[in-house]
Design a protein around this ligand. Structure first.
Ligand SMILES: Nc1ncnc2c1ncn2[C@@H]1O[C@H](COP(=O)(O)OP(=O)(O)OP(=O)(O)O)[C@@H](O)[C@H]1O
Ligand SMILES: [Mg+2]
Length: 503
């Protein structure tokens, strides 16, 4: 709107300026022509009168001059003019006639340059624009000069002065009318622009609000569809898009619910046979002495795979509990240092098997915070076991830190690391970096998904930074008090590596 008003104002100023300039010039030119016409007649008549008189007597000539010249004041088509008859300077004759001059005109009003010009020209009118003061205002006037030859007395100059301020008044009036008209025009344009833009902008604004609501999850929001214009077409397309989004998202969420129910049902169904198998295995274990070596080896495999099966099932049950929203954290004041030490000592055997050294760095003061120790230990166990498994036998460093508002643990390995795209998926359910790797030992790929849910339950952060073949650092940050706000983790995550976080 501002742009429309500004541009049209500029255009109007340009057009108005041009108009007033041309009209002004036109008015002035017409007046000048009129004035010159009259002057020509007057000066020709005066010259004729003097040429015709046979009088050589100075007194008689003076009487004639006094009669003819003042008469010129009235003898005009429109308004009055002022008259002056001045003697040309530098003349040989010494016959001086008294120079008649109108009452409110002085010799100094006639520009000297004009006088020079008149003296030099014959039978020609010369004119100049001058400003004469009357009642404190400067009136624009034209002074027209011509040469008159008076017998005996010599060369004289006849000046006729016309007031053309009426042309200026017309111009002023026209300019003020133009200005007022222009202002009204701009105002009207502004109003029109306002209504036109409202018509276009208001539906766009409405669309933006509805799009925002759709983005926030209110998938049933629609735009009103009125009329047949472009805006209505936009609303229709927008609604079609929203409808298709709603249908697709509805279908996806139905699928996802089905999948969740399937996982939950299957894991619950598997519990009974697993318990039976476990009991049977335990019975066999009790009679291990009676088995031959081959059967013993088979039993060993059975025992280890049943244990693995049990842990996989536990993971599946846990994730379906999260999906059902049936998880309640048992939050109590704890020392994070103790929980970390417990997780580390539980994984020492695994670290030893893989030839990996675990370095634990604890602060001297206890790291007290409110959290569910069972869940946080599970998170730490998963992070540390991942570091050991993917650490390529290099030392794994576990550091604990605290600040006023938060506590944190970083688990840093120097192992295989991950690429950017792998880091993007690391918290996804059932995702494993290399499915062929560790098929026999690794889990389902649910470890980090459960860790993330556990962290969210505490309103904490779980972040990762990694680089292929250089290593990975995971950082768990928890608020000191549940519901407490923190903006920074007490421990750094290693700035040189690229980061992915789920906060
Ligand atoms: N420290 C790490 N270094 C390199 N890759 C890692 C690291 N931690 C996790 N990953 C990758 O992330 C994947 C998923 O890890 P997650 O803990 O969720 O599953 P998992 O360890 O394979 O199985 P589970 O934890 O259920 O037994 C792993 O398969 C691995 O590829
Ligand atoms: Mg794991």
């Amino acid at each position: 709107m501002t742009l429309t008003v500004a541009l049209s104002a500029a255009a109007l100023v340009a057009v108005g300026g041009f108009l007033s300039l041309t009209i002004g010039n036109g008015l002035f030119q017409t007046r000048v022509e009129q004035v010159l016409q009259e002057s020509k007649q007057a000066s020709a008549e005066v010259q004729k009168t003097f040429t015709a008189t046979g009088n050589t007597d100075v007194l008689a000539l003076q009487t004639l001059v006094n009669e003819v010249i003042p008469n010129l004041e009235q003898n005009t088509a429109n308004g009055s003019r002022k008259v002056a008859l001045l003697r040309s300077p530098n003349q040989a004759t010494n016959q001086f006639l008294q120079s008649p001059i109108s009452g409110d005109l002085t010799v100094s009003d006639i520009p000297a340059t004009l006088r020079n010009q008149v003296a030099k020209t014959e039978n020609k009118l010369v004119y100049r624009t001058i400003y004469l003061e009357a009642d404190g205002v400067m009136n624009q006037s034209i002074v027209v000069g011509s040469k008159v030859v008076i017998p005996v007395a010599g060369d004289y100059e006849l000046y006729l002065v016309y007031d053309i301020s009426d042309a200026q008044e017309t111009l002023d009036f026209m300019q003020s009318t133009l200005a007022i008209g222009g202002l009204v025009m701009i105002l009207l344009l502004g109003i029109v622009a306002y209504f036109v833009t409202r018509r276009i902008v208001a539906p766009v604004e409405r669309a933006a609000i509805v799009a925002e609501q759709l983005a926030l999850g209110s998938l049933d929001k629609r735009l009103p569809e009125r009329g047949q214009d472009v805006v209505a077409a936009l609303a229709r397309s927008f609604n079609k898009m929203a409808q298709s989004l709603e249908t697709q998202i509805g279908e996806l969420s139905k699928l996802s619910k089905m999948q969740q129910r399937f996982v939950s049902d299957v894991s619950h169904e598997l519990r009974t046979p697993l318990t039976t198998i476990k009991l049977a295995t335990e019975m066999l274990e009790a009679r291990v002495e009676e088995l031959d070596p081959k059967a013993r080896r088979a039993l060993d495999t059975l025992v280890s795979q049943v244990a693995r099966f049990e842990s996989l099932l536990a993971d599946l049950l846990e994730i379906s509990r999260y999906d059902a929203g049936a998880v309640v954290a048992e939050i109590e004041p704890n020392n994070l240092g103790d929980v970390v030490s417990m997780a580390v000592s539980g994984l020492e055997p695994l670290a030893e098997t893989l030839g990996c050294e675990l370095i634990l760095k604890l602060p001297t003061r206890p790291v007290d915070a409110d959290f569910d120790p069972r869940r946080i230990e599970r998170v730490l166990r998963n992070l540390i076991s991942n570091a050991i498994e993917h650490g390529a036998g290099k030392p794994v460093e576990i550091q604990v830190g605290r600040s006023k508002t938060a506590v944190a643990v970083t688990i840093k390995d120097l192992g295989v690391g991950m690429s950017r795209s792998q880091m993007d998926r690391v918290f996804d359910r059932f995702w494993r970096g290399d499915p062929s790797r560790m098929r026999t030992t690794g889990g389902t790929g649910l470890g980090l998904a459960i860790s993330l849910e556990d962290t969210h339950l505490h309103q904490g952060w779980l972040q990762v930074t990694s680089k292929p073949n250089q290593g990975t650092t995971f950082r768990l940050t928890l608020p000191r008090r549940i519901g407490g706000i923190f903006t920074e983790s007490p421990l750094p995550l290693g700035e040189t590596l690229s980061q992915r976080s789920r906060i």
